[in-house]
Design a protein around this ligand. Structure first.
Ligand code: PEP
Ligand code: MN
Length: 291
């Protein structure tokens, strides 16, 4: 039996945590042909959908490199408001982006991971998205989490950059409090000390690898890792992917782009599909050492 630290025992006694700690991934929770919680899986694709050819090529390349699902944002929460429309992209391609994701799914057979930012987008995006991403900025958007709890499509919950372990479990508990039974927590880097945050302009977050170990010890929710946002720097993505894999992550979600430096969003962290394929091969090798 798991021995919980006192702060969790207090929360359990107070009736605040139950589902998230005892949660077992649903038996039919698969991403591609990988059983979530048992088989290591890798989701890949661009930060955002930028056009038809671009997202279909990305989907085919992710598939050929051994990826298990395609990621691509249609709704993009941008740090600064975007003033200009770049060929149909303005904080994402939005509904047009959703249509293109459907085409990418059809062309590749891959399932689609994409973010929604507010409850009203759930209905609009429902047919285009197979696995719904909650972004770090919406980690504690309770109207969104409550809406998602009431439906059955799988959800990837990205950790708020500020969130404690109690807050992670609390947000997961909220998702698991009604119909939803397919949930993964995604760690994606957190606020670090100022000197750390500014090693490079793009390294805004501090990789939170140790939280994989902590969550694995305290609950049974699958934990995946996003080395792209955690590092903010493409040349660091491989090392942090392998670190997360060895630390016990159940999967990875990585930003890869046909022309990485030209990515409309997050160009500094995007990797090529060749690099993406190499990470998958290396992860497979290290899996045999650790599992
Ligand atoms: C993303 O996955 O592109 C994204 C915006 O991630 P996060 O919410 O972790 O910043
Ligand atoms: Mn991104």
């Amino acid at each position: 039996m798991t021995k919980y630290p006192e702060f969790l025992n207090d929360l359990i006694r107070a009736g605040k945590l139950d589902n998230s700690l005892s949660y077992k991934p649903d038996d039919n929770f698969f991403i591609g042909d990988k059983k979530v919680g048992e088989d290591f899986f890798v989701i890949g694709g661009p930060c955002s959908v930028e056009g038809k050819e671009m997202i279909i090529n990305s989907a085919l390349s992710i598939k050929n490199s051994g990826g298990d699902a395609l990621r691509g944002g249609a709704y993009k929460p941008c740090t600064y408001p975007v003033k200009n429309n770049i060929n149909g992209w303005k904080e994402g391609m939005q509904e047009k982006g959703l249509e293109l994701l459907k085409e990418a799914r059809k062309a590749s057979g891959l399932e689609i991971v994409s973010e929604i930012m507010e409850p009203k987008q759930l209905e609009i995006a429902y047919d285009a998205i197979d696995i719904i991403q909650v972004g770090t900025r919406n980690f504690q958007n309770y109207s969104l989490l409550d809406e998602l709890a009431n439906q059955e499509k799988p959800v990837i919950l990205k950790r708020g950059t500020w969130a404690t372990i109690e807050e992670i479990l609390g947000a997961a508990e909220r998702l698991l409090s009604s119909k939803l039974r397919k949930v993964c927590i995604c760690l994606r880097g957190v606020i670090g000390a100022p000197p750390y945050r500014h090693i490079y302009k793009s390294t805004r977050w501090q990789p939170d690898i140790m939280m994989i170990c902590a969550l694995k010890e305290l609950c049974t929710i699958p934990v995946i890792y996003d080395p792209s946002h955690a590092t903010g720097k493409s040349s660091f993505v491989k090392s942090i992917s392998l670190a997360a894999n060895v630390a016990g992550a159940d999967g990875l979600i990585i930003e890869a782009h046909p022309d990485p430096q030209k990515s409309i969003s997050d160009p500094d962290q995007a990797i090529s599909f060749n690099e993406f394929g190499e990470i998958i091969k290396l992860c497979k090798k290290s899996q045999s050492l650790i599992r």
